[in-house]
Structure formats: C-alpha cells, structure tokens
Ligand binder design. Structure first.
Ligand code: DI6
Ligand code: FE
Length: 409
C-alpha cells in the first residue's frame, strides 16, 4: 500500500465474508480498512496497519463492518399492484388459477404497458430506496412486464435511469421470456422468435441488459423454448440466468447448468441430479424465501444436499407485485434461516459473496478484500448473527459506496 490513501476506517470489527479467513464470517477483530480510488487497498488487524497518511479518517466506534449487501434478483420496475389477487389467494385460489384466469403476470403487463416511463420511475424509486436503507449497495433489476419490444426497452431504460440518479449500483436483466403475452396466445414459439430475433438484439444494441433470464415452468416456457433464448443470448455474449423448478421439476436446472448459467433461481423442486449438475457447472442457487412464503409453498429447496455438494447459495428478495411484494432483503435473511434452515452466516454470505457470484460480479464486490470495491456498511451491533436474527430496528450506521460516504443520500 502506498503511504497516502483517500480513506481510513479504524476501530471496527470486520465480517469480511472472505472464505480464505476461518469461520463463517471471515472475522477480523479490531480491524482497519484503507481505501484509495474506491478500492480497498489494505484490510487487516489495526495493529498491523502499515504507515499511511489518509486524507480522511472515520472512527468505526467499535461497530461491525460488512460488505455492502447485494439483492441479486428483483422485478422492482412495474406498473400497478396486485393487492386484489392477494385477497383472492387468501380466499383459497392458487397462484396458477389466478394466472390462468387472466390475472397474475399479465395483469401487471397491462398496467406496465399503460404506464409512462416517468410514472414507472416514480413507482420504482421508493422500492429501491427501501432496499438502499437496509445497506443494499448493488441491486439487480429485471424487465419482464412488457413482453413486447417497446415496453421491455422502457423497463430496462427506467432501471438504467434509476442508477444515474441514485447512489447504488444497478445491473439489469432482460426477462422478456417471463410469460406469454395475450397477443401471442397459442403461439408461444412465435413469441420466442420475437425475443430471439428482435427484443434481445435491440437490447444488446442499446446495452440495456447485463444478462438474460427466462421463466422455465409449467405456466411459463418449455425447456426447448428456453434453450432457444439461451442460444440467442450466447450469440450476443450475454450471460444467462433461469427461473427454474419453482412450481415443479421441468429439467430447467439441468439445461441451465449444461449452458453454464450464472444462476438458477427458486429451485424448490430440483432433483439430486440437478444438485450435482450445479456443483459441476458452478451455477449459483438463488433462494427466494419471500416467494415461497407468499405462495404458501411447502416444498423447501434441498439445502442440506446443496450444502454437501458445495453449491454456492445466494438469497434475494424477488421483489415483484405477485409472488413477493416485500422490499426487505434483511427479512429474506431471516426467512432463509427460519424457513429454509440456513445458518445466519450462510444468510449473510447469500446476500454478499454468493449474490455477487450470481451476477458474475465476484471479482469486484461481495467480500471485504484488497482490490475489491469499497462497498462497506457499518452496523451498530454486537455480533453479525443479528443481521439475520432481527428485522426493522437494526439499521446501518454508515454506508460507503466505492469509498464514498452515502449514509445521508
Ligand atoms: N416467478 C415468480 O415468482 C415471479 N416471476 C416468476 O417467474 C412472479 C411474478 C408475478 O407474479 O408478477
Ligand atoms: Fe423472480
């Protein structure tokens, strides 16, 4: 480390989430972190800190530092709401029944097509701010409520605009293969043609998406249709993610692992063979307990088998109007433990290190380590277990985005 640095944070305990440091949290007690040009240039025990002259010193006041939290799966740009359906499901109707009756995703598509870009922005920003207030410094936002060229582009442009006007990193994903639009009723293969030949090329030309996703499910698209979307994405050098095995086993995870997908998301109904395929391909398991809870699902993903196979397990909100209208990543940490049996340390890894990997960003964030982005959150707590244990009152004391103090933003 050179003598000068921009920022020095001392007098703190660090939960680095660095797997090369023993223990679930990679703890460094009484630590110091030096930052230059938005990157961590030194982290370690304060007593070992080399001579340096920082432009700015922040006293951590004995608090805990973690990497900035990452929500690697949201659909937070959409028009309207689905409170009416919530009541119908409480009345006993299933998610599939509501969808087949013309509600579900298609009702949000109607509202999103009818909303102006300005209005979509205004509706999305408070959802984004709710996540940022919890210490989230990177958010993934999917399209998927347009299902036509113009509205898919409108959604992705809105997500890019949110990044320009908010102190948070946003990565975007094109999920045009989310549901079949009414105008293509009974013509799913032709809609897949539209996605592969028009929507994805247009999205790539305007660099509006960092990845491509698809809903491979009984009420979504088939494995063959999704394989075509994957092939088209690969031609455009876009990585892929798959909503897989949420409601039944379809073969989606097997297809995704074979295609080198970044992640498979939901995965309640995966088989033992799917677990091994993910372990082999390095595809990340993105667990979405909020959708599990909201849909009254009972099939828990095979956490113990994933753990034994060494599959990387991430956690995310899946923030969307239908299956998870919950803008809280911290609540997902709690649910990941309570509903799925994760440990508190696995829950924090799920929204830092593993989430970065699910977005193909593990070289830049998700761990407090030299060379990575200085996305750092300070928490007024006694132990990192508190992050999964309690929800609501425990808030970040300080938030740094690439070394910039954004606490007040
Ligand atoms: N699975 C889900 O749970 C969400 N999308 C998906 O592929 C639901 C989206 C919605 O209901 O609006
Ligand atoms: Fe989703």
């Amino acid at each position: 480390m050179s003598e000068r640095c921009d920022l020095l944070i001392t007098n703190l305990n660090a939960a680095t989430m660095d797997p090369s440091i023993a223990g679930g949290y990679g703890v460094i007690e009484d630590a110091a972190i030096a930052v230059t040009k938005g990157r961590i240039v030194w982290i370690g025990p304060r007593r070992d800190l080399p001579e340096c002259t920082p432009d700015r010193i922040v006293d951590g006041e004995g608090q805990w530092a973690t990497p900035g939290l990452i929500d690697c799966h949201t659909h937070l740009v959409y028009g309207g709401h689905r409170a009416g359906e919530f009541a119908r499901r409480l009345g006993g109707e299933s998610y599939e029944e509501v969808a087949r009756s013309g509600g579900g995703i298609i009702s949000t598509v109607r509202a999103t097509r009818g909303a102006s870009a300005e209005n979509l922005y205004k509706l999305a920003e408070p959802r984004l701010h709710a996540l940022m207030a919890e210490g989230v410094t990177t958010v993934e936002i999917k399209s998927g409520y347009g299902l036509d060229l113009d509205t898919e582009l409108k959604q992705l442009r809105t997500a890019r605009r949110l990044a320009q006007h908010n102190s948070v990193e946003i990565v975007t994903t094109c999920l045009a293969a989310h549901a079949l639009p009414p105008e293509y009723d009974g013509r799913a293969d032709e809609y897949i043609d539209l996605i592969c030949e028009q929507i994805l090329p247009a999205v790539a030309r305007e660099q509006l998406a960092d990845a491509v996703d698809m809903f491979c499910e009984t009420i979504g698209f088939t494995v063959d249709q999704c394989q075509r979307v994957i092939d088209a994405a690969k031609k455009l050098d876009l990585p892929v993610k798959v909503h897989a095995e949420q409601l039944a086993r379809t073969g989606a995870t097997e297809m995704a692992a074979k295609s080198g997908a970044l992640s498979v998301d939901h995965i309640e109904y995966i088989s033992d063979a799917d677990v091994l395929a993910m372990a082999e391909s390095g595809t990340v398991a993105v667990l979405l307990p909020g959708a599990f809870y909201t849909l009254h699902e009972t099939q828990v993903p095979p956490i113990e088998k994933l753990r034994e196979a060494g599959v990387c397990m991430a956690l995310a909100t899946d923030l969307n109007p239908g299956s998870c209208p919950i803008a809280s990543l911290r609540l997902m940490m709690n649910m990941g433990c309570q509903l799925f049996g994760l440990t508190p340390a696995e829950a924090l890894a799920g929204v830092t290190r593993a989430a970065a990997r699910a977005l193909g960003l593990c070289c830049s964030r998700g761990v407090l380590r030299e060379g990575l982005r200085a996305d750092i959150v300070l928490w007024p707590m006694d132990t990192p277990d508190q992050l999964a244990y309690e929800v609501g009152a425990l808030k970040p004391a300080r938030i740094f985005l690439e070394g910039r103090d954004i606490t007040a933003c």
